[in-house]
Design a protein around this ligand. Structure first.
Ligand SMILES: [Zn+2]
Length: 93
């Protein structure tokens, strides 16, 4: 991989705050700023989508009981499959 343009500080900030974005804990200006970064940064978009899926799966599976270890393994496997699918689509396009 070649060197990316200098936006690593944006990326590290984004990754620290991605869960706040998903949980809508940011004010609208912050939210917009991070979403703007998402639009122009593929790796962060992947990170965001993965966290979004993880969050949704965990929320669903934790609705009535704590997630047992096996369930967490299944979730991780699902996320890896999801990531592969996303990558595959990008390669095809
Ligand atoms: Zn980024």
């Amino acid at each position: 991989m070649s060197a990316e343009p200098a936006r690593s500080s944006d990326c590290s900030e984004f990754r620290m705050r991605v869960f706040e974005l998903i949980d809508s804990e940011l004010d609208s200006a912050e939210c917009e700023r991070l979403r703007a970064h998402l639009d122009e940064c593929g790796p962060c978009m992947e990170e965001y989508e993965r966290d979004l899926v993880l969050k949704a799966l965990v929320r669903r599976s934790c609705a009535c009981q704590p997630a047992p270890r096996t369930l967490r393994m299944q979730i991780m496997a699902t996320i890896m499959t999801f990531t592969v699918e996303v990558r595959g689509e990008q390669d095809a396009g």
